[in-house]
Write a protein that binds this ligand. Structure first.
Ligand code: TYM
Length: 347
């Protein structure tokens, strides 16, 4: 078909990137390689919104002062790691109350069964721990977080993909009932970073106590690295680097050529895991050295951090307000010019 008779192409959706991270502790390597590294990379790909999910953190952090200080530290960490407030909007989740109202609207189209299948709630229940309604409804709040900004792309680690599917389901149901209100988002994962292993080889997670924090004191970090679990095969035996969590961690930090050399060493055998751990300590120090230096500067200027977050919140509220108005109008909330204010009475 000649070009001038082709049907018009569907409009390209501009990329709107959004992601959130909980301030339930200091960020670990899993957060960085699964998510934060993507935030930085994508902040130039289109509009980008990143937030510190303090409302989500309330389901675990119960000490008000600690929560406030974790939120402040989270902002410093993100900026130190390369988030640029001139390119991306950085804000705190609870500074945008529009999102909590949107959560309620979504709750009314959310089947219980959908939330019962979600892993954060299921895991807690299966460990015999009491779960609160906040944890149960957590994916609905997360859906509101995403939909409030018309996000198209959500950079996350593997464990959040299920929640983005919930978000798509809820947006689809709402749109089906009330018209095209919400934009459906897609998750974005990085190869090799979707599930960063912890010191014991399971997924790195605060709940498994197997994390290595990005900015922890270097001596403490070294101790943790030296305690990473390994198998007890003899030194001379050749080993397969694939699926070895120590090797996986090393390859995240080291250059391609150093990673290749390490893979050859594994296959050849004749080395101790202690050597690999020492190489990992050095690679990690070098990898985060600039960010550590930037962090020290940012820490000395708390007013700057507060200003960045205030500016981010104002920008985020503007966007979330537009989407909330659209959603309220679509489902029949609020009065229009023509509708009576009291049912049955003349306006
Ligand atoms: P959170 O705070 O648990 O984790 C933040 C990000 O880090 C990723 N991550 C990992 N990636 C790879 N390997 C790991 N071991 C690892 N551990 C953590 C997570 O996948 C996540 O991307 N519910 C979210 C926060 C949230 C959110 C949102 C995210 C709230 N609203 C809206 C996206 C969009 C959470 O608890 O992430």
């Amino acid at each position: 078909m000649p070009a001038d008779t082709l049907p018009p192409a569907p409009p390209l959706r501009p990329t709107r990137v959004l992601s959130g991270i909980q301030p339930t502790g200091r960020f670990h390597w899993g957060n960085y390689f699964g998510a934060i590294r993507q935030y930085i990379e994508l902040q130039s790909a289109g509009d980008a919104y990143y937030f510190i999910a303090d409302l989500h953190a309330l389901t675990t952090v119960r000490e008000p002062d600690r929560l406030r200080s974790l939120v402040h530290d989270a902002a410093i960490d993100l900026l130190a790691l390369g988030l640029d407030p001139a390119r991306a909007t950085l804000f705190v989740q609870s500074d945008v109350p529009e999102v909590t109202e949107l959560t309620w609207l979504l709750m009314t189209v959310c089947p219980m069964g959908l939330l019962e299948r979600c892993h954060a709630y299921k895991d807690k229940k299966s460990r015999g721990l009491a779960a609160d309604a906040g944890l149960f409804a957590y994916p609905v709040l997360m859906s509101a977080d995403i939909l409030a900004y018309d996000a198209t792309l959500v950079p996350v680690g593997e464990d959040q993909v299920q929640h983005i599917e919930v978000c798509r389901d809820l947006a689809g149901s709402f749109n089906h009932l009330y018209g095209e209100v919400f934009t459906l988002p897609s998750p974005r994962l990085v190869a090799g970073g979707g599930r960063v292993p912890g010191t014991d080889g399971q997924k790195m997670s605060k709940s498994y106590h197997n994390t290595i924090e990005v900015f922890e004191d270097l001596a403490a970090q070294k101790k943790k690295i030296m305690r990473i679990t390994t198998d007890s095969r003899p030194v001379e035996e050749p080993k397969n680097p694939e699926g070895d969590h120590l090797f996986d961690l090393y390859s995240l930090m080291a250059s391609q050529s150093d990673t290749q050399r390490m893979a050859e060493l594994y296959r050849r055998g004749g080395f101790g895991y202690g050597e690999v751990k020492k190489a990992l300590v050095e690679a990690a120090n070098a990898f985060f050295a600039d960010a550590r230096a930037r962090r020290a500067e940012l820490e000395a200027d708390p007013d700057q951090i507060r200003a960045v977050l205030a500016d981010g919140a104002a920008r985020a509220r503007e966007q979330a307000g537009r989407v909330l108005t659209r959603a309220r109008q679509a489902c029949g909330l609020g009065r229009t010019e023509a509708s009576p204010t009291v049912p049955g009475k003349k306006p």
